[in-house]
Design a protein around this ligand. Structure first.
Ligand code: 1GP
Length: 252
C-alpha cells in the first residue's frame, strides 16, 4: 500500500500515527541515530521524516541509508529545498508552502525538482504546508521568507487548508516550526481538521506526552516529533505507549 493510501486508511479508521523527524544537520554521531532507530522500531513508530530548513552537512543520504539498513519503517523526505532529494527514501512530501506568498516555495523549487524526482521511485505526496506562528521567528519562517499564519486566525488557517485541498493537495501539514516554543493550539488544529478531509499532519514544539495527545485529540492524524527526541530519545516510549492505547480503544 502506498504511504498516502495508508494515511487515508488510518484516518478513516481513527488510527493515529507517529513520525520522527530527523534533521541530518543535528545528527552528531551515527550511534545516536542508531539508538533512535532502535527505539522507533521497538515502539512501532510509523514513519521517519528526514530533512530540515537548512541542511549544511552532506549526510542526508547517510541518514536515509542508516535508517533503511536497520528497519522497515518508511522514510519520507521532508525537504527544505530542491537539493534535499534522495532516491533511496520511500516517499517525499512535495510541499507547497500555502500559508506563505513566496512563489519559490509555492511552485519555483518544484519546477527544479520535478525532473529529478521523476527519475526516482519516490512516492510523491503533494502536501499543503502551513506555518503557524509560534511566538518567535523559527528557522523555517526565516529561511522561507514567509509570514506564518497568526495563531489565533482560525478561519484563515481553515480557508487556507480548504483551498489547498481544492487544489488537489493530498495532505495538510500544520507546523509551528522545529523547536517551537509554543505548539499549535488544539483550537487551531480542530478548525483545520473540520475544514478538510485529507490526512492532517501536525508538528512543531511537541515535547511532552500531554502535547502529543492534545494534538491527536484535536484532530491530527499524524504527529511529528523531532527536537524533543534529539534531547531525550526515551520520551518516545511514553508517547508511543499512549498512542498505542488510543489506537487500541479506537479499534474497539
Ligand atoms: C518541524 O514539525 C517538525 O518541522 C517537528 O518539530 O522538532 O519541534 O518536534 P519539532
Amino acid at each position: 500500500m502506498s504511504i498516502i493510501q495508508s494515511l487515508r486508511t488510518s484516518k478513516q479508521s481513527g488510527k493515529k500515527s507517529i513520525a520522527i523527524l530527523i534533521d541530518p544537520d543535528k545528527v552528531e554521531e551515527p550511534a545516536n541515530l542508531n539508538q533512535l532507530i532502535n527505539l522507533a522500531s521497538e515502539n512501532c513508530v510509523d514513519y521517519f521524516l528526514v530533512g530540515g530548513s537548512l541542511v549544511t552537512t552532506t549526510n542526508l543520504s547517510d541518514v536515509v541509508k542508516q535508517i533503511k539498513q536497520n528497519v522497515t519503517i518508511p522514510v519520507i523526505l521532508f525537504p527544505g529545498n530542491s537539493m534535499q532529494i534522495d532516491s533511496s527514501a520511500d516517499g517525499l512530501l512535495f510541499l507547497s508552502l500555502i500559508s506563505g506568498r513566496n512563489p519559490e516555495l509555492l511552485i519555483g523549487q518544484h519546477v527544479i525538482a520535478a525532473p529529478v524526482i521523476r527519475n526516482t521511485k519516490l512516492e510523491v505526496i503533494p502536501t499543503g504546508y502551513m506555518l503557524i506562528n509560534s511566538g518567535r521567528t523559527t528557522s523555517v519562517a526565516y529561511i522561507s521568507n514567509t509570514m506564518p499564519i497568526p495563531d489565533d486566525k482560525y478561519s484563515l488557517a481553515a480557508c487556507t487548508a480548504m483551498a489547498g485541498e481544492m487544489l488537489g493537495l493530498q495532505a495538510i501539514y500544520l507546523d509551528a516550526g522545529s523547536g517551537a516554543e509554543k505548539e499549535i493550539s488544539a483550537r487551531m488544529i480542530a478548525a483545520v481538521r473540520k475544514a478538510v478531509n485529507v490526512p492532517l499532519i501536525v508538528g512543531g514544539g511537541i515535547n511532552t506526552t500531554q502535547k502529543a495527545l492534545k494534538a491527536l485529540e484535536a484532530g491530527a492524524d499524524m504527529i511529528v516529533i523531532g527536537n524533543a527526541l534529539e534531547k531525550d530519545p526515551e520520551l518516545l516510549i511514553e508517547i508511543a505507549d499512549k498512542v498505542y492505547e488510543w489506537n487500541q480503544s479506537a479499534a474497539g
